[in-house]
Write a protein that binds this ligand. Structure first.
Ligand SMILES: Nc1nc2c(ncn2[C@@H]2O[C@H](COP(=O)(O)OP(=O)(O)OP(=O)(O)O)[C@@H](O)[C@H]2O)c(=O)[nH]1
Ligand SMILES: [Mg+2]
Length: 318
């Protein structure tokens, strides 16, 4: 039996096993999760979260690992959450990511977790914020969240961070791809990785053009910087950290940090509520109330909207 209070206590002391077990509760949507979240709540709100997203293979994990090193040099405790929506392996990092992250494997001030969310009720939008809360309460100063930039909910995870980093690479037709996936809009900081390859300058120029960065903006508006990196060699990574810190300062100065966090909490509440409603509706498949409503709709005594209203009213009362 898991003693949630003990787990939370140990996680707050930064004990990796407790952190891992709490995230497993999230992953499994375990019944103890409610209690865990209630116990963690007072200790959250300290961590600065950075979402990293971009096409497969653009260098997200390599960049994340390099950013971990950079933040460690600054003495920060760092959390990494690699959200893998398709992985059937619960709690298991992808082998490639493991290799890339192994520099940090023995560092007690780094928490790395890959999270599978396939088949989750409410999926990513529900699970990722809960895992972030665990890392936050564990005293992480910075949390890096890697999600692959395909699919709306994956992009949303990055967009919900305090700062969203969108990565591109030369070649690959990345700029166009990114625009299609709708990830350019969410970028607070842009990284053109693999700058050791031909075409990095062209990609940066194209991006600059597509974002309209040359155009006039309102004074005080945030102008997303474009940073070129060779993540594999750690080049340009300090500049990325600098851009992140600038964005964070801008957020604070403009009251945007609090606003973003309120928006994120609202989305989180909505996702949990929807998952809850969905679960209750799922339970209704053999429900007499629903069967009765269906009968009346078939008989023409009730229209489907009225029936749905009656159903929802019944759910929210329960
Ligand atoms: N030439 C070059 N290769 C790089 C650079 N950064 C990463 N790579 C390589 O690109 C490949 C993909 O890197 P990852 O960091 O795994 O990319 P990713 O975006 O995390 O990939 P997924 O998680 O599979 O979407 C690896 O073989 C890296 O070694 C770079 O700056 N230059
Ligand atoms: Mg990766």
């Amino acid at each position: 039996m898991i003693d949630v209070a003990t787990l939370v206590e140990q996680a707050r002391e930064g004990r990796p096993r407790a952190v891992a077990r709490l995230i497993t509760l999230v992953e499994n949507a375990a019944p103890q999760l409610r209690e865990a979240m209630a116990a963690l709540a007072p200790y959250t709100g300290q961590a600065y979260t950075v979402g990293l997203t971009g096409s497969p293979g653009v260098g997200k994990s390599t960049s994340t690992s390099a950013l971990v090193s950079a933040y460690r040099r600054l003495g920060k405790r760092v959390g990494v959450l690699a959200v893998d929506p398709s992985s059937p392996f619960s709690g298991g990092a992808l082998l490639g990511d493991r290799v890339r992250m192994q520099d940090h494997a023995t560092d007690p001030e780094v928490f790395i977790r890959s999270m599978a969310t396939r088949g989750h009720l409410g999926g990513l939008s529900w699970a990722a914020p809960q895992a972030l809360r665990v890392l936050d309460a564990a005293g992480c100063d910075v949390i890096l969240v890697e999600t692959v930039g395909v699919g709306q909910s994956e992009v949303e995870i990055a967009a919900q961070a305090d700062t969203a980093v969108v990565l591109l690479a030369p070649g690959m037709g990345d700029g166009i791809q990114a625009a299609k996936a709708g990830i350019l809009e969410i970028g607070d900081v842009f990284v053109v990785n693999k700058a050791d390859r031909d075409g990095a300058d062209a990609t940066a120029r194209e991006l600059n053009h597509m974002l309209g960065l040359g155009e006039a903006r309102e004074p005080g508006d945030w102008r997303p910087p474009i940073v070129k990196t060779v993540a594999a060699r750690g080049e340009g990574v300090d500049e990325v950290v600098e851009a992140l810190e600038k964005h964070r300062a801008w957020l604070e100065e403009h009251g945007e940090l609090a606003a973003r966090r309120r928006r994120r909490a609202a989305q989180e509440i909505e996702a949990i509520a929807l998952a809850e409603l969905r679960a209750r509706i799922g339970d209704l498949s053999g429900d007499r109330h629903l069967a009765g409503l269906a009968e009346r709709v078939v008989a023409g005594e009730l229209d489907p909207y009225g029936a749905a209203d009656a159903l929802v009213a019944g759910l929210t009362r329960g």
